[in-house]
Ligand binder design. Structure first.
Ligand code: ADP
Length: 456
């Protein structure tokens, strides 16, 4: 789309959340005729629509003109829009090429070096940590994608950063044919988004697109402990670098010594990280390895020291195993971002106090059975809430743990938790479900948890 004079014909931008707005502005700046639409219509969207119209973008709120989209030369989808959304399907059925917002932004960021991060869990944490470590090693870097800014926002800047740590979801990979990162990171894989994909194989197939542009120059950082990850990565051209929590690898954690190792030598102690949970040690290993291999040579002593300091100064992201406070001897932990069973499992396993666990929200299709083991070991009482509560109670029926089912009044849920917790306990919100039955998003759910906890 960027080469030469813009061709005639319309570019349709589907979805006007943050990245949709930015990409519409970017396309308009390039001189394209842009039609941008969103199913929603609220004050924030109207404000954004006004700004885009002043750039010459034709904006529609409250619905999509499917005929216009079907007649477009190109359709651009925002990360939040699933491939099954009606306007995306309309574009595909009409043979209109569909590209992600990331694909468009990359065309304007040819000088920027990208470290791309994908996987089922740990993407945001790893992406934020990659950006933090890049900065700690003296590079001008920014996180982008679902966290931080949309890539198109960076492309709109007068002087974009030299490096970008880019979080890419499976949906974005689906429509980003030429990602070709300097380093690509695959954190882990487990079933997710079964509400949006017909099968786990389809979901994994999108994740495999990380490797679609692989060449001899590519560098891949992957989880050696995850057989599904290794199966997807196996055939990709380029150099492969591995991290592990179990055995020696390019970056690995030795639980006996409590030490993170990089290229055969200790880098830092587990205690030197401020993050809870072994899964965050995996995220740290992935990030440090990605930054270490990005320049294509083994890190010297200076770079190792910078990486060590960068790891020590990273405080984590909100809503990810975030300790919000201690009230009456009870620690309240907000892991609202644990929106699938896999991420809830690691959260429960990270708890070192008897735990009152809040599970529930909108069901996404997975069984909750995998929670039984960690619950037996760490949890005093389960409080199941929201739409998924009956399913959770059914799947966990055989677990010998106190459990109760509540409704969808979150203040009530928190009141139950407060009543159940004793001094020395933790209350953990790791819902294993999406928030959409009760909240706008996981951030609103986490914020509600925090403010209700503070009232304790
Ligand atoms: P993502 O962006 O992939 O959703 P986040 O870094 O935002 O990942 O973490 C989301 C949740 O997933 C966290 O709250 C935590 O419970 C869990 N999680 C984080 N890292 C990992 C990991 N490496 N393996 C498994 N679960 C993880």
């Amino acid at each position: 789309v960027s080469e030469g004079k813009p061709e005639n014909g319309l570019v349709a931008v589907i979805g006007l959340a943050r990245s949709g707005r930015a990409v519409a502005a970017l396309l308009a700046r390039r001189g394209h005729r842009v039609y941008a639409s969103d199913a929603g219509d609220d004050a924030a969207l109207r404000l954004a629509a006004g700004a885009l119209r002043s750039h010459g973008v034709d904006v529609q709120l409250g619905g999509h003109d499917l005929a216009r989209i079907a007649g477009a030369r190109l359709a651009v989808v925002s990360p939040g829009v699933p491939p099954s959304a009606t306007p995306v399907v309309a574009a595909r059925n009409a043979g209109v090429p569909v590209l992600s917002e990331v694909a468009i932004a990359l065309e304007d960021l040819r000088e920027t070096r990208v470290i791309a991060v994908t996987g089922t869990n740990g993407k945001s944490t790893t992406t934020a940590l990659v950006a933090h470590l890049l900065e700690a090693t003296g590079r001008r870097a920014a996180p982008a994608g679902n966290i931080g800014r949309a890539l198109s926002e960076l492309a709109l800047e007068a002087s974009p950063p030299d490096w970008v740590a880019l979080e890419v979801s499976s949906f974005q990979l689906h429509d980003t044919p030429r990602l070709e990162p300097v380093v690509g990171v695959l954190t882990n894989l487990s079933p997710d988004h079964l509400d949006r994909y017909p099968s786990v194989a389809d979901y994994y197939a999108d994740k495999q697109l990380l490797f679609a542009g692989a060449s001899d120059r590519s560098r891949w950082v992957t989880n050696a402990d995850d057989a599904a990850v290794q199966a997807l990565a196996a055939e990709a051209a380029g150099s492969h670098w591995h991290f592990s929590l179990l055995r020696p690898a390019d970056a690995w954690f030795d639980p006996d010594g409590g030490v993170l190792n990089l290229f055969g030598a200790p880098l830092c102690e587990r205690r030197g990280l401020r993050l809870l949970g072994l899964h965050n040690v995996a995220n740290a290993l992935a990030a440090v390895l990605a930054v270490a291999v990005a320049e294509g040579q083994e890190p010297d002593a200076t770079l190792r020291a910078q990486l060590r300091e960068g790891l020590a100064s990273f405080t984590g992201l909100p809503h990810r195993l975030e300790t919000v406070g201690e009230y009456g001897g009870v620690v309240w932990v907000n892991d609202s971002k644990a929106t699938n069973v896999g991420s809830a499992v690691v959260a429960i396993e990270a708890m070192d106090r008897p735990t009152v666990l809040l599970l529930g929200g909108r069901h996404k299709g997975e069984s909750y059975g995998a929670l039984a083991g960690p619950i037996r070991e760490h949890v005093r009482r389960v409080i199941a809430f929201g739409e998924a509560a009956p399913l959770i109670a059914r799947d966990l029926g055989a677990v010998e743990v106190e459990a109760e089912v509540t409704g969808s009044d979150f203040a009530q849920v928190i009141a139950r938790a407060r009543a159940a917790a004793r001094s020395g306990d933790a209350v953990l919100l790791a819902p294993a479900c999406s928030s959409y039955d009760m909240f706008r998003d996981y951030e609103e759910r986490g914020a509600a948890f925090r403010s209700l906890a503070e009232e304790t």
